[in-house]
Structures are given as structure tokens and as C-alpha cells.
Design a protein around this ligand. Structure first.
Ligand code: FAD
Ligand code: DLZ
Ligand code: SF4
Length: 510
């Protein structure tokens, strides 16, 4: 008889390990200190995972399955998955462990060591909740000089026949981004996001998190997340009905006081198993075919899940463990306090950190072009930046966080994921948001103490990384501009950047 271990991000009834369940087997789930603190996750993230785990265990029990479940505060809790698995093996006299492959490399390595330590076979079965297997990605990547999401995405569209017509992609194009990325406009009527009311189980978990993780980042209350598949499906349906139609238009827009915009807010549910990718795609495609959403919106949303999500996961497993060790731009500056405290005069950064702290969520462009852009331009240490992103968001697991941060944001992989760094000056943020109107800095000023720091930090970044970036064919125009820059202007950029970095180092409010 087997012990089937179900991890906190594997809460799916059709999970590969659970399909092996036979009469007499026992399912193992455990809330353990090791997983809750290997990075100090946001309080909301821990509450979400623990509550979703408890609800899932209850559903398994309703099906007549025996579940060994260790709550966090149980006196017998050993604090580690290994310890909890070992206890169950002994208690039930079981001789075989089965687990679906974990989503993080560190845990896979750990579980691979269990068979010899436990003296029983440990079978690690494929995680088939993704639409491309690791082998599919390897096959696609083999022999390619560059791995670009767009080509992988087209393959996936064809394979799953999503938004496909007999003559080719719906609308005659694979990608409708040219119609998306609109700057925000006044008077947008953004629907309120899905909000769950915490039930008794969630309330118990919230109290537990308050007692045990008070020193972790983030606000615990209010707690709006769904913690069951039923709730997650309701959140998905609400997105499809109320937001999808406008998703494309405002995908890159940022509005002060509107953290949720027209995004779906489902990544946390997808990543822990409460939703499956194909059902999300199918609902979006159906909305398009029934005339409830335009093609640019449906395609944009579908590309995020069928393209980006699968691509970054494939890339993670393709490149780990070496991927994490790269530091192409040799960035070493410590993560400044403002990422925790939000104490900065830069309004865009302040809003993004405040919203992250409150919601364990920020949307893609805040993560990429505000928080990420600053980290890139300021040359922040990639390990520290990765750790920050991994702990602050409720949807963060290393398989998805690392390629996005290390690759997309920091260019630390030297261009494996992105063809050029996503670096931008204040003009981009000003175009795509209304943050600059409420900022102490002037976005139109290029130099001097009042100037928007993104402006001089951008050119300082380009200048100081010229040796590594000049050969990039997509950056020819940028270097032409740099080369045309007068010595005075270049010196002013350097002086401003040095002043700014000194202020960061001495913990002044920047
Ligand atoms: P939507 O904007 O509504 O998009 C729909 C879905 O597409 C998301 O739920 C997600 O599953 C998927 N998706 C969109 N973009 C990406 C992407 N670049 N990579 C993978 N999936 C994507 N996503 C995570 O799930 N976990 C992370 O830890 C994470 N860290 C990120 C860090 C940085 C620096 C950046 C730039 C992006 C990161 N993303 C991460 C991707 C993306 O920002 C989030 O998936 C998205 O913001 C989640 O909100 P949403 O569900 O409202 O997404
Ligand atoms: C994120 C998380 C947290 C906070 N706690 C637990 C836990 O106590 N028990 C558990 O099984 N899983 C937890 N998880 C999810 C794991 O960290 C996740 O399975 C790995 O990071 C692999 O993706
Ligand atoms: Fe951000 Fe610069 Fe605009 Fe201020 S002026 S909000 S720092 S982009």
C-alpha cells in the first residue's frame, strides 16, 4: 500500500499521484515550517495555501479517502515534509511513496534523496497539469539558437487547436498586441474583483498565521481569496463575464488606486491546482466565439496562459539548476528597504509596493515595468530580487517566478528568455499610468535632484552596461543615441546616478 504525498500547490483531484490511489492507500498532506519559511512568504500567501490545503483534504475525505493531515500547530508536527512522510509510513506500515513532481527544483532534489533515507521506493510522477511536458519543451528547444515564446506559442495554438480556423489562426494573425497596450484613460469603470467571505476554516487559518507569521511581510486582512475549486471557478467565471472583454485594451495600463484593473487574478488558483489551464483557455475562446469578447482580448489572455506560462515553465526545467547562478549584468547592489517599507518619493514604486503589501498581488506591468525596471536599472542583486518576488506574491513559485524575474526583468540570463532588457525611462511609466501626476519628481526633467530617477538611471544603466549590451541587434538605436550624447549630458547622468545610489546606500528616502 502506498503513501501519496500531495503538496500545497497540487490541490487538484485529477493530480497524477492521486490517480494512482487504490483502496488502502493513504494521502499525506502537511503544513510545515520548512515550506512556509524557506522564504518568508507574504502572510496572505501562507493563509491561502494552508486554507486551500485544508479544504482540499476535507474534499478528499468526503470521497472516502484516508488523509493524514498535519496542521501547522499540531504538537507532533516535525516541521518538514520528510518528517511528516516518515511518520505516516511508520504509523500505517506503508512501503511506497508516490508524489507528483514538485514545481521547484530545490524540493525535487530533496525528494530524490528520500528513497535512501526512508528505505522505501519513492516514485516521482509527472505533473500533467501543464499543457506541455518537460520533454515536449526539450524537443522544441533542441537545436534552436534562440528560445522565443512567440514560436513556442504558435506550436501550442496548433497543438491544442485554440483560436484556430481551417485556414490558420483566428483573425489571420497569431498575435494582436498591436491593438492592446492602450494608455489608461479617465473614467474607466473597472468592475470590483471577486471577493470571497472567509469561512470557519479560513478564519482559523488566519488566526494561525497571525500567531505564527507575524514577522512576515504583508497585510493579512482583508482576505479576499477563494480557497476551493468552486470559489476559484467562480472567480474565473466572473473574470470572463466582466473583465475579459477589456483585458486586451488595458492589459499594460496602470491606474493609481486600481490594483486589479482588468486582469483575471487567477494565477494563484492555477498555480496551486484549483484551476486548470485548458478550462481557462476554453472559456476565453468560447466568450470570443459567442461575441462576448473581442479577439484582441481573448487572444491576449490565451497567450499569457498557453504561451507565457507554459514557456517559462519549460524554460525553468530546461535550464535549472545553472539558470539561477547566472548574473550577466553583474548586478550586486543590495535590495533597498523601500521594497519592504514603500518609503519612497517615487510614486509609481510606492504604489506598487503598497499594493503588493496589501494584496500579495500586483499586475504584470507593475511587476515588470515599475518594480522590475527599477531593480534592473539600479543593478540590484539578482538573488535578493528573486527572493523578494518569490515571497511577496500569492502566485509565486520558483518555476514561474525565476524566469520572469531573473530572465525577463533582470536580464541576468544574458538573453535566454528576452531578446533585450525591458529597460525604460520615466516616459514609459508616464505614458502607461497616471502615477507621475502625484509624484514628487518631475517626469519631464532629465537631470538634477527634481528629475524622475528613471530618466538618468536609464542612461546610466545603458552606459555602464555598454560592453555587454552594445552587440544586441535590438539595441542599435539606443546606443546610437548614447553615442550622440554630449560629454556634459553623460556626466550629468553619471553624477545624478551616483548621488541617487549614495542616497540608497545611506538609507535616505529617495
Ligand atoms: P493576468 O494578467 O490576468 O494573466 C492571465 C494568466 O496568464 C495569469 O494568471 C498567469 O497564469 C498567466 N501569465 C501571464 N503572464 C505570465 C508570465 N509572464 N509568466 C507566466 N504566466 C503568465 N506569474 C506567476 O504566476 N507567478 C509569479 O511568481 C510571477 N512572477 C512574476 C514576476 C515578474 C517580475 C513578472 C514580470 C511577471 C511575473 N509573473 C508571475 C507573471 C504575471 O505577472 C502574473 O502571472 C500575473 O500578474 C498574475 O496576475 P493575473 O492572474 O491577474 O494575470
Ligand atoms: C507555498 C507553500 C507553503 C507556504 N506551505 C506549504 C506547506 O506547509 N506544505 C506543503 O505541502 N506545501 C506548502 N507550500 C507549497 C510548496 O512550497 C510547493 O509545493 C513547493 O514550493 C513546490 O512548488
Ligand atoms: Fe515614477 Fe518618475 Fe513618474 Fe515619479 S515621475 S511616478 S518616479 S516615473
Amino acid at each position: 500500500m502506498k503513501l501519496i504525498l500531495v503538496l500545497g500547490d497540487q490541490l487538484c483531484h485529477s493530480l497524477s499521484a492521486l490517480t494512482q490511489f487504490e483502496q488502502g492507500d493513504v494521502v499525506r498532506m502537511a503544513e510545515v515550517r520548512e515550506e512556509a519559511t524557506y522564504v518568508k512568504h507574504h502572510k496572505k500567501k501562507i493563509a491561502f495555501v494552508f486554507s486551500a490545503m485544508r479544504h482540499f483534504a476535507a474534499e478528499l475525505r468526503e470521497k472516502g479517502i484516508t488523509v493524514d493531515y498535519t496542521p501547522f500547530e499540531a504538537p507532533e508536527n516535525s516541521g518538514s515534509l520528510f518528517g511528516e512522510v516518515a511518520r505516516s509510513l511508520t504509523a500505517h506500515g506503508l512501503t511506497h511513496v508516490v508524489v507528483t513532481a514538485p514545481g521547484e527544483y530545490r524540493l525535487l532534489q530533496e525528494i530524490r534523496s528520500w528513497a535512501s533515507r526512508l528505505c522505501v521506493p519513492v516514485s516521482i510522477v509527472e505533473d500533467d497539469r501543464f499543457l506541455a511536458t518537460k520533454e515536449d519543451f526539450e524537443t522544441w528547444a533542441k537545436g534552436r539558437k534562440q528560445l522565443r515564446m512567440e514560436y513556442f506559442y504558435r506550436l501550442m495554438r496548433r497543438k491544442f487547436m485554440v483560436l484556430m480556423e481551417p485556414e490558420g489562426p483566428s483573425g489571420g494573425q497569431w498575435n494582436f498586441d498591436a491593438e492592446n497596450r492602450k494608455p489608461p484613460k479617465d473614467g474607466l469603470k473597472i468592475p470590483a474583483p471577486y471577493t470571497a467571505v472567509p469561512d470557519e476554516i479560513t478564519q482559523e487559518v488566519l488566526a494561525l498565521v497571525e500567531r505564527n507569521f507575524g514577522d512576515h511581510f504583508g497585510d493579512l486582512y482583508p482576505f479576499p481569496f477563494a480557497v476551493t475549486r468552486k470559489g476559484a471557478l467562480a472567480a474565473l467565471d466572473m473574470f470572463i463575464a466582466e473583465r475579459l472583454a477589456q483585458f486586451g485594451d488595458w492589459q499594460d495600463a496602470m491606474v493609481q488606486g486600481e490594483p486589479w484593473m482588468y486582469h483575471s487574478h487567477i494565477a494563484l488558483y492555477l498555480n496551486c491546482g484549483l484551476l486548470e489551464p485548458l478550462e481557462c483557455l476554453q472559456k476565453a475562446e468560447q466568450a470570443y466565439r459567442q461575441g462576448r469578447a473581442p479577439l484582441n482580448a481573448a487572444e491576449g489572455f490565451i497567450r499569457q496562459i498557453l504561451g507565457w506560462r507554459e514557456f517559462v515553465r519549460g524554460l525553468y526545467w530546461h535550464k535549472m539548476p545553472d539558470y539561477k547562478e547566472t548574473n550577466y549584468l553583474q548586478a550586486t547592489r543590495p535590495l533597498p528597504d523601500l521594497y519592504w517599507t514603500a518609503k519612497t518619493r517615487m510614486n509609481c514604486l510606492r504604489q506598487a509596493v503598497l499594493e503588493t503589501r496589501e494584496n500579495a498581488y500586483a499586475h504584470h506591468i507593475q511587476r515588470l515595468m515599475v518594480l522590475g525596471n527599477f531593480a534592473l536599472l539600479a543593478g540590484l542583486d539578482s538573488d535578493q530580487v528573486n527572493e523578494w518576488y518569490l515571497l511577496v506574491y500569492a502566485d509565486a513559485y520558483e518555476w514561474v517566478e525565476l524566469p520572469n524575474v531573473h530572465g525577463m526583468v533582470l536580464f541576468a540570463d544574458g538573453g535566454v528568455l528576452a531578446s533585450k532588457p525591458y529597460a525604460a525611462s520615466g516616459a514609459y511609466i508616464n505614458k502607461m499610468s497616471n502615477y507621475c501626476a502625484g509624484c514628487s519628481y518631475k517626469v519631464t526633467a532629465k537631470n538634477g535632484p527634481k528629475a524622475c530617477p528613471f530618466n538618468y538611471l536609464y542612461w546610466d544603466f545603458i552606459d555602464r552596461n555598454a560592453d555587454r549590451l552594445r552587440g544586441n541587434p535590438r539595441m542599435g538605436f539606443v546606443f546610437k543615441t548614447l553615442d550622440r550624447m554630449g560629454a556634459d549630458k553623460r556626466q550629468a547622468v553619471h553624477t545624478d546616478a551616483q548621488r541617487f545610489f549614495r542616497a540608497l546606500e545611506t538609507h535616505e528616502k529617495v
